[in-house]
Design a protein. Structure first.
Length: 176
């Protein structure tokens, strides 16, 4: 999977309460959630973000509550992925479960400015700042996790696996 878009850069400890404010957590439609992504941190975000853009952030991105809708809201806003120095663990797992690609790359965060165009080769863990020509290495997920994210998250991954097994008549249980 190759991601390419503009960087929207933020600082440390961006919590889930500013990724999607609690007053919108009753919404279930990703597009509706996306209309409110980051509005308390960056009120102009939804007007400037374009499909395929990426969030670039300092440490502990996604800290705070365990709301899975934070990752869903970013996807609903058109965010293709997040590059950060580190992620809060619950948000990290929520991104995997919802299919939002995330990349830990401290050097990349330091080498990317707001508005730079970046390309991420998810399979190889390479982040390229197209504006400056610099390349960085992100921590890679195992192939299984890359496939899970690429298929749109845990639910879609399981649905596709079950459909494939049903189509072949395979009744053997998957290994855990």
């Amino acid at each position: 999977m190759i991601l390419r878009g503009r960087a929207h850069k933020y600082g440390k400890n961006v919590d889930t309460d500013v990724i999607i404010p609690g007053r919108y957590c009753n919404l279930i439609d990703p597009a509706e959630l996306g209309k409110h992504a980051l509005e308390d941190l960056d009120p102009g975000f939804v007007k400037k973000v374009r499909p395929g853009d990426l969030i670039v952030a300092e440490t502990n991105f996604g800290c705070g509550s365990s709301r899975e809708v934070a990752a869903v809201a970013l996807k609903g806003a058109g965010v293709a992925g997040v590059v950060a120095k580190s992620f809060a663990r619950i948000f990290y797992r929520n991104c995997i479960n919802t299919g939002l690609p995330i990349f830990e790359c401290p050097e990349g965060v330091d080498g990317i400015n707001d508005g730079d165009t970046i390309t991420v080769d998810a399979a190889n863990g390479v982040i390229r700042n197209e504006t400056t020509g610099r390349e960085f290495r992100a921590t890679q997920f195992p192939r299984f996790m890359q496939d899970l994210i690429a298929q749109g998250g845990l639910l879609r991954y399981v649905e596709q696996r079950l459909a494939a097994k049903a189509a072949t008549g395979d009744r053997t249980p998957d290994a855990v």
